[in-house]
Design a protein around this ligand. Sequence first.
Ligand SMILES: [Zn+2]
Length: 252
Amino acid sequence: MQVNHHKQWAQSSQGRPISMTEFCSQSSADPAKRPTLLIGGVHGDEPEGVILGQECERWLTHTQQAGLIPSDRPWIIIPCLNPDGVAINQRVNGRGVDLNRNYPASNWSPEFSKDRYYPGPYPASEPEIQALVRLIEERKPQLIIHFHAWKPSIVLTGPSGADQAHSLSESSGYPVLDTIGYPTPGSLSHYGWQDLGVPIICIEEEEWMERDRCLHEIDPKKIGNTYAPALWQRWQKGFEALFCPSLKEERS
Ligand SMILES: [Zn+2]
């Protein structure tokens, strides 16, 4: 098993490539050895969630290549699910759909209060979600973590993800919540936990980048020495606890 980078794992609705990196051969019969799936850049106007995805991908790849993640902790990361939205700093995808309302969840609803929550014409109508649903069905992840930006918090849906959510909370200082506080029909939380029994952790990174500047700063080379390392520092210990059990033992 080795780290594989797929430059074009899927394609956005406007034809942009969506990349994926994995250390994962196939789905395992043993649920404990199934991969953790990580997803950044779900909403295109939340650059913190893209940067967290990119930093996490960089750390996972580097740490894996250094031999510090054991083979029974496989992972798959999609650092940016919504490149069309990121390109123009908008929440929704290239067809105006909120990807986190487009999952084929049992509570999917065609109703929406604001354009920014448009769930699409039917469940899983969008190519980004179709590709992700296929991946989830094939690889059967044991846990899914997705990265957003709002009020600093870690929203856990499904009690079997509690240990991981608490490790991430200890690392970041962000509280663990059991709900975001408003209904989210067709969301990953509902689809993952209520429909498939997979616990979902939603990281809401603190929203602080200036939105008009971030478009130019989303390039990791440009944000280089400032924002990204500071952000990653908050989370590294938490991800070490999830993926590197030996490092945790050494420290305690
Ligand atoms: Zn979001």
